[in-house]
Design a protein around this ligand. Structure first.
Ligand SMILES: Nc1nc2c(ncn2[C@@H]2O[C@H](COP(=O)(O)OP(=O)(O)O)[C@@H](O)[C@H]2O)c(=O)[nH]1
Ligand SMILES: [Mg+2]
Length: 193
């Protein structure tokens, strides 16, 4: 995919702030610190369009980005960060569920799982929830560079089993160029429909 433009649209803290549903959308979900923002930057060939952070749990907002004036990428706030107070967690859940359940322009959810640790309980819950609502999901295993080469296939298989997938998850590493090819191959047809 040739990226001609990639711009930040807005951050939403409630459903009424979401931009209009005129463009097809791909959303990126996963626990805090799993590499969501990094994956978006990699896919778009941008270093810092989406801010990445080594302190997890900072963003509780849904961030919308407009690509090539043709589609949106949506960076969902990460879950599973222990220090988030219960009230914030509740609000997060409400907003995310409203988005994932009702967003008409949403074509696919990319669920990112840490290749080292495999899916968390919340990853599994989200996957089941998305299946229940008939939302197509692509699983991407992040931080592949942190595994030994000999471990990669084993870990991918483990994620596949844990989430009861029909296909092997796609790999991503921010350190390796060209790792996004397979992910784009999956996403492009969804954006062209
Ligand atoms: N080694 C390595 N580090 C990564 C990779 N992806 C993300 N990180 C690091 O993990 C941390 C969290 O990444 P971020 O994209 O902000 O995660 P997010 O909270 O899911 O958006 C940052 O310090 C990133 O540099 C990867 O593929 N390889
Ligand atoms: Mg992030």
């Amino acid at each position: 995919m040739k990226i001609r433009s990639a711009e930040f649209v807005l951050s939403a803290s409630s459903a009424w702030q979401f931009p209009p549903t005129t463009l097809p959308e791909i959303a990126f979900a996963g626990r805090s610190n799993v590499g969501k923002s990094t994956l978006i930057n990699s896919l778009l060939n941008r270093k810092n369009l989406v801010k990445t952070s080594s302190t997890p749990g900072k963003t509780q907002l849904i961030n919308f980005f407009k690509i090539n004036e043709k589609f949106h990428f949506v960076d969902l706030p990460g879950y599973g960060f222990a220090k988030v107070p219960e009230t914030v967690r509740k609000k997060w859940k409400q907003m995310i569920e409203a988005y994932l359940q009702e967003r008409e322009s949403l074509r696919n959810v990319v669920l990112i799982v840490d290749s080292r640790h495999g899916p968390t309980k919340q990853d599994k819950q989200l996957k089941e929830w998305l299946d229940y609502y008939g939302r197509p999901v692509l699983i991407v295993a992040s931080k592949i560079d942190k595994l030994k080469r000999s471990q990669i296939q084993k870990h991918l298989k483990m994620i596949r089993q844990d989430l009861a997938l029909n296909t092997t998850p796609l790999e991503h590493s921010s350190l390796e160029r060209g790792k996004c090819k397979e992910i784009w191959k999956y996403l492009i047809p969804l954006l062209e429909e």
